[in-house]
Design a protein around this ligand. Structure first.
Ligand code: PHE
Length: 337
């Protein structure tokens, strides 16, 4: 009987050691330790043994065998669970060395680059940077700039109005600024002359996008107010800016033009080293009515102003055929600058 128990125990242990999955361990458990299992069967035979000592010896041998097999099953269970976990960790792990290469770095958009360089150059020439709101009043954008109600030049600006009436504003009196020139007025009202500022910013016009137009674009405004400022100061400033921004082999010229807020007015062009001209922007001597709107006495103060498109300048500088390319944010386009 003892030998039989020993043999059953060994067979069971061999089977447990051979189990290769958690499911087979569970199955073996019921098989080996269940009521119909080999050890349970041996237990039922104990009653047939002749002496009490024999019964005792065989009984404890069976119990011990059950304990040993139970422990072996538990051990094999743990072993297989750990192996399964290790395999899963291995499978799900991420190899961080895959990303050991430096990530590619982005850079400022070509318009932002132009904007920042313009600020740098003008700061170098002694200007300060000013700002104004993108949502403006009719007064700042037009009226104070010598473009009263019904002035024909208003039509050229294709203004986008903001429905400010529900908030208590007058209908048709609040708009998206059509140029950066209202910053001239705000600056004059806010600070005492002498004033030497540039104001870059976003402007808006009711234009359908095409190769040369965008409804949203950027301008930079310049304003100088001081005593005895003349047209020569304006021409000299444009020339100094041209050389500082484009290079020593570039030069500039003024051509007579018309703006309601400057008198006299001019357009300024830049000459490239190859002799060709690039039309850049508008400028002129600040109109006396504009000085008055800004709270200044035209007998005491005079000044000049200029303004030009930042995007337009970048487009021409990099020979971009279609201005819309600047805004669709196609990485293949953006990466070139
Ligand atoms: N504000 C004008 C425009 O948008 C440009 C300009 C600015 C002209 C300052 C003269 C003086 O076209």
């Amino acid at each position: 009987m003892i030998d039989e128990i020993g043999a059953a125990r060994e067979t069971a242990l061999t089977q447990v050691a051979a189990a290769d999955s958690l499911e087979s361990v569970t199955m073996l458990g019921t098989q080996l330790l269940g009521k119909k299992g080999p050890l349970a069967q041996l237990k039922t035979k104990l009653g047939g043994l002749s002496t009490v000592d024999e019964k005792k010896a065989a009984g404890s041998a069976v119990n011990e065998a059950i304990q040993v097999v139970t422990a072996a099953l538990e051990f094999r269970n743990i072993e297989l669970s750990e192996a399964a976990l290790a395999a899963r960790v291995q499978f799900e792990s991420i190899d961080l060395t895959e990303y050991a290469d430096r990530p590619t770095r982005g850079h400022a958009h070509v318009v932002t680059q132009a904007w920042e360089r313009l600020e740098d150059v003008f700061i170098g020439l002694g200007f300060q940077v000013a700002e104004g709101p993108e949502v403006e009043t009719d007064w700042h954008n037009f009226e104070a700039l010598n473009m009263g109600e019904g002035h024909p030049a208003r039509g050229e600006f294709d203004t986008l109005f903001v429905d400010h009436a529900p908030a208590g504003g007058q209908p048709g009196r609040t708009l998206l600024r059509t140029h950066t020139s209202p910053v001239q007025i705000r600056t004059m009202l806010e600070q005492e002359p002498p004033i030497y500022i540039v104001a870059p910013g976003r402007v808006f016009r009711r234009d359908t996008p095409d190769a040369t137009h965008m409804p949203v674009f950027h301008q930079i405004e310049g304003l100088v107010i001081d005593r005895n400022i003349t047209m020569a100061d304006l021409a000299g400033t444009i020339e100094a800016f041209t050389k500082a921004f484009f290079g020593a082999d570039f030069s500039s010229r003024l051509r007579p033009s018309y703006f309601p807020f400057t008198e006299p007015s001019a357009e300024f062009d830049i000459q490239r080293p190859d002799g060709s001209w690039l039309e850049l922007g508008g400028c002129g001597m600040v109109h006396p009515n504009v000085l008055i709107a800004g709270g200044l006495d035209p007998e005491q103060w005079s000044g000049f102003a200029f303004g030009f498109g930042i995007d337009r300048m970048a487009v021409m500088r990099h020979q971009v055929a279609d201005i819309r390319d600047m805004y669709v944010n196609d990485i293949r386009f953006i990466e070139q600058f």
